[in-house]
Structures are given as structure tokens and as C-alpha cells.
Design a binder for this molecule. Structure first.
Ligand code: SF4
Length: 520
């Protein structure tokens, strides 16, 4: 049997945040050319599809505004809406459980699986269960969890960690997936090719047997409606639909921020989500259920409402926007940092721009030395994530806000390289004279270097070049170039009579400091 390509991410102690700081982890993944190629191809394909289908809708911006407004309203009324949701789920024969943290949620789910007499469960993609490390917990309790979403299945069989919110196996190409199937999926022939159809058929055969024998399914929830007690899952393969309808018992683990006020709100999110995530006009499978229906579908339904740091995030007026996220992954697909480092560098089930603002808030920013505090710095602040987000989460503003909190929350901190570099920049930028001297120094250095890029500077410049290249310095600053131009034009206008409209008779350009009629 062929070997599974290596590079599974390390097994985390806490799925919300594991491993070294972002810059340390990114250094490792940046060396992996294959990983970067896989990521570039995949994110660009999804990105182009998203742009094409969002451009089709004349009211796309109005939809984004509506999504943002509904989410903001839901967060403002969260306790009231959750109680309404609980009442309506219960009224329709379901049971609601409240979990403060991962340990409590894992305990509740394990108890429910045991009560159903099951030793194995099927799962439909759920970030909430990844966040709490449910699979690992169940395994420790002697219960086997089978992922049924194709990408999740690949990640599980490879002993890997997800690298993307929506396409967890985005970092693997078709050859690698074929090798994972051949070596890890029981009954798969050695002659299996890397054709998508062949891979899908192999997975289908493997999963069909699991669906038919499972008594318990565990799912996530994309949305839940307080007004009716309805829960919704959207997916592309139909494997989720099998999980949600075949087993006798259905357990859904849902972050408390997924609640929406009214059924009507669904129309907004069922347009925003598929176009932003997979670039499709509609989700191939949208399953909604309200409690239980005798003789149809699961006969027992449990909804576990998970906090796990969400009320902590809600308390932050700027950062709470992260709770508006509908997990479409559009921000990951446009992020230049994510495209180069991949999801594992973020060391969390929530990678990319949304992970950089969500994870630190779920876990807290109290310890600036913790790897979590490095996440808000994992961005160039280019703003592409804000432009792409279907619910207009202002990620750049939240990043800056969380950077400030990471540096200042909890009193004085041990000096860091970034802090020292920023302190030096503040000294220079707060004085016009110092800034001019710095510009002259930079221009002199630029002339000495002759336009060459600088990779390593001595201290204190090394604080900068340790994590970034220094771009080639121009031989003249903008201010210097502008002053020289003004002097040149003034000389020319002094020597040559000006045209009636104030333009230089030779260059045709208007003299600086004059209006269209040649007046100052
Ligand atoms: S932050 Fe916005 S773009 Fe990113 S995953 Fe969430 S909803 Fe999608």
C-alpha cells in the first residue's frame, strides 16, 4: 500500500488553540511549496466563482446589509432569543441542553450516546464539535465517531487537522487524497485513481454502510430560528441529509450565536451563504427540522447550546462582530496571509481572518505571551476580508482593536520585539523634525544600497527584518521629490511667462498652487 503523504498537524491539547505563535508556525508552512500551490489553486478557484455569482444579484449589497442588521439585532437580544428557541424546540418534542464550556458539552453528548446504547455515531460537519474536541473525547470513552462530510472524512482518515473552515482538506491535492483512501479506507482497491468521480464513489460506498447501521447522528447547525424552534443545516453532498434523517437519535451541537429571530430571516442567509462559500446560487441540500415528527426522521432530538467563550466575546463592543460569522470562509479565500501560510499556522479550528478575531476572544486575551495573542497580528490589514464578508464584519477594525487589547489588557507587559519596534516608530513619527531626519537617512541608505532589497538589518532594525523583508529604499523620499519638482516648476514659471490658464507652456502642467485660471 502507498504511504500517506506526511505533514498532519500536531494533535492539539485544545482544538481552539494549539502549537506555537503564528509567526513561528507560519515560518514552517511557508517553506512548503506544494502546500502553497494547493492553497493558491483552490482559493483562487472558489474566489472567482464567488465573484461571478455575487455579481449576478443587483441587490447583493442590500442583502449584505440585511444580513448584518439581522445578526446585530440577534446579538443584542441573545438571551431572549435563546429562551424562545428553547421553548419552541421543547414544544415540538425536542430537548435542549445548555453547555458552558467544552467539557460540559462533551459530557452531555457522551451521556446521550450512551443512553441510546450506541458505540459508534455518524457525524455531519460541525465546527462546534471540532471546537470542543468531541471526536477525541468520544474515542477516549470507547465510542467511534465517523465523519461523513467528504473533506472531513479525508482529514479524519489521514489523522490530519482541518486547514480551512469549508474545505478542511484544501491543503491536499487529488494524488494525496487517493493515497489516503488507498491506505486508510477499508476495502478500497489499490487501482483507485485520482479522478474526482472515482474518489467520490469510494467514499460513498464506505459511508453508505455506516449510515445504514448508525443509531445516533451528531450534527452542527448553520442556523436556528427562535420563532419556530427550527434548526437548519446546509451542505453540498447529501451525506448530511442521510445523517439528519436516518438514525433514530439526533444530537445537534450549536454555538449560541447561530440563533436568528424569525423564519423570514432564512431567506437572507440562504442567499448569502451558498454564494459566499462555494460560489453556488443555492445549496444543493438544505435540511430543516423542528423537534421530532412521529414516524418520520429521528424520533429523539437533542439540541446542545454551546457557550464556550461566546458570552465573553459578546461583552466586547467591537470584537463581538465575530459572532455574526456564518462560517462561509469567503474571508479565508481572499486573505493573502492565509493563502501563503495555510490554516494549520493559526493553530486553531478557526483559521484565517475570522479565526484571528474569534479565537482570541473565545479564549481571552489576558496573557499577552500566550500564542493566542499573536493571532490578531496575523494580517496585513489590507481589508479584502471586509469586502468579501457577506455580513459585513469589519475584521480589520476588530483586528486593530484586539491588537490594542493584546498589548494593553491586564497592565504592563514584558517588552516584546514588536512593542519595541512600534515604540521606536512612535518616537520618530511624533516629531516632524525627527521624521524629516529619518527620511533623509532612509534616502541616503537607498542611494548606498543602489535599489537592493534588504533581508537582514543589525539591531534594532533586526526587530523588523526578523519577520519581514525591507523593501528596496528609494534614493529620494516623496517629500524630497515633491520639493525638487516645486522648485523646478517655480524656476520655470519665473523665467517663462505663464499661459492664461496657469499651465506651464512647455509641459502643459498646471503650476503647483494655482487654480485653473492661473490664480494662486
Ligand atoms: S467572517 Fe464573514 S467572510 Fe469570514 S467566514 Fe465569517 S461570514 Fe464568512
Amino acid at each position: 500500500m502507498p504511504a500517506v503523504p506526511p505533514k498532519p498537524a500536531a494533535e492539539p491539547l485544545d482544538p481552539l488553540r494549539w502549537g506555537p505563535t503564528f509567526p513561528e508556525a507560519a515560518r514552517g508552512t511557508l517553506d512548503d511549496a506544494q502546500l502553497r500551490t494547493n492553497l493558491r489553486r483552490a482559493t483562487r478557484t472558489i474566489r472567482d466563482k464567488r465573484l461571478a455569482v455575487t455579481a449576478e444579484l443587483p441587490d447583493w449589497e442590500a442583502l449584505r446589509d440585511a444580513g448584518a442588521a439581522i445578526k446585530a439585532d440577534a446579538m443584542d437580544r441573545l438571551p431572549e432569543l435563546l429562551e424562545q428557541l428553547e421553548a419552541n424546540v421543547t414544544a415540538h418534542g425536542g430537548t435542549v441542553h445548555w453547555a458552558r464550556d467544552a467539557a460540559e458539552a462533551n459530557r452531555i453528548v457522551t451521556g446521550l450516546v450512551r443512553a441510546a446504547g450506541a458505540r459508534e455515531v455518524v457525524k455531519v460537519k460541525s465546527m462546534a464539535t471540532q471546537e470542543i474536541g468531541l471526536n477525541e473525547h468520544l474515542e477516549a470513552e470507547g465510542i467511534t465517531a465517523h465523519e461523513t462530510d467528504l473533506a472531513e472524512l479525508i482529514v479524519q482518515l489521514a489523522g490530519d487537522r482541518p486547514s480551512h473552515i469549508l474545505v478542511p482538506a484544501i491543503h491536499r491535492n487529488r494524488d494525496e487524497i487517493r493515497d489516503v483512501f488507498r491506505s486508510q479506507m477499508p476495502g478500497v482497491p489499490d487501482r483507485l485513481t485520482n479522478e474526482p468521480a472515482a474518489l467520490a464513489m469510494a467514499a460513498r460506498e464506505h459511508l453508505r454502510a455506516l449510515f445504514l447501521r448508525a443509531d445516533v447522528a451528531i450534527s452542527g447547525a448553520n442556523l436556528a430560528i427562535a420563532e419556530t424552534g427550527t434548526v437548519a443545516v446546509v451542505e453540498s453532498e447529501g451525506n448530511g441529509r442521510m445523517c439528519l434523517t436516518l438514525p433514530r437519535t439526533l444530537v445537534t451541537v450549536m454555538g449560541i450565536e447561530k440563533v436568528l429571530p424569525t423564519f423570514r430571516d432564512l431567506e437572507v442567509f440562504l442567499q448569502l451563504l451558498p454564494r459566499s462559500s462555494t460560489g453556488e446560487r443555492m445549496n444543493p441540500y438544505t435540511t430543516t427540522w423542528t423537534g421530532v415528527t412521529p414516524g418520520d426522521g429521528p424520533q429523539e432530538f437533542h439540541l446542545v447550546l454551546l457557550d464556550n467563550g461566546r458570552t465573553r466575546a459578546l461583552a466586547d463592543d467591537v470584537g463581538r462582530q465575530a459572532l455574526h460569522c456564518i462560517r462561509c470562509s469567503a474571508c479565508l479565500n481572499v486573505c493573502p496571509v492565509y493563502e501563503r501560510t495555510g490554516g494549520h499556522a493559526y493553530g486553531s479550528v478557526y483559521p484565517g481572518p475570522i479565526g484571528a478575531i474569534l479565537t482570541p476572544q473565545l479564549l481571552g486575551l489576558d496573557d499577552a505571551d500566550a500564542a493566542t495573542a499573536s493571532l490578531p497580528f496575523a494580517s496585513t490589514l489590507c481589508g479584502a476580508c471586509y469586502d468579501a464578508c457577506p455580513v459585513k464584519i469589519d475584521i480589520p477594525t476588530a483586528l486593530v482593536h484586539l491588537r490594542d487589547r493584546a498589548l494593553h489588557d491586564g497592565g504592563p507587559r514584558r517588552p516584546t520585539a514588536a512593542g519595541a519596534a512600534m515604540g521606536a516608530a512612535a518616537v520618530v513619527l511624533s516629531s516632524g523634525r525627527r521624521f524629516r531626519w529619518a527620511l533623509r537617512g532612509a534616502a541616503l541608505a537607498g542611494r548606498l544600497l543602489g535599489g537592493r532589497r534588504v533581508r537582514r538589518l543589525p539591531w534594532p532594525g533586526s526587530l523588523w527584518t526578523a519577520s519581514r523583508d525591507l523593501p528596496a529604499l528609494p534614493a529620494r523620499s516623496f517629500r524630497g521629490a515633491w520639493a525638487a519638482r516645486v522648485a523646478r516648476v517655480s524656476r520655470a514659471t519665473r523665467d517663462t511667462p505663464a499661459a492664461p490658464d496657469g499651465r506651464d507652456p512647455r509641459s502643459g502642467e498646471r503650476s503647483p498652487g494655482t487654480d485653473g485660471r492661473g490664480r494662486p
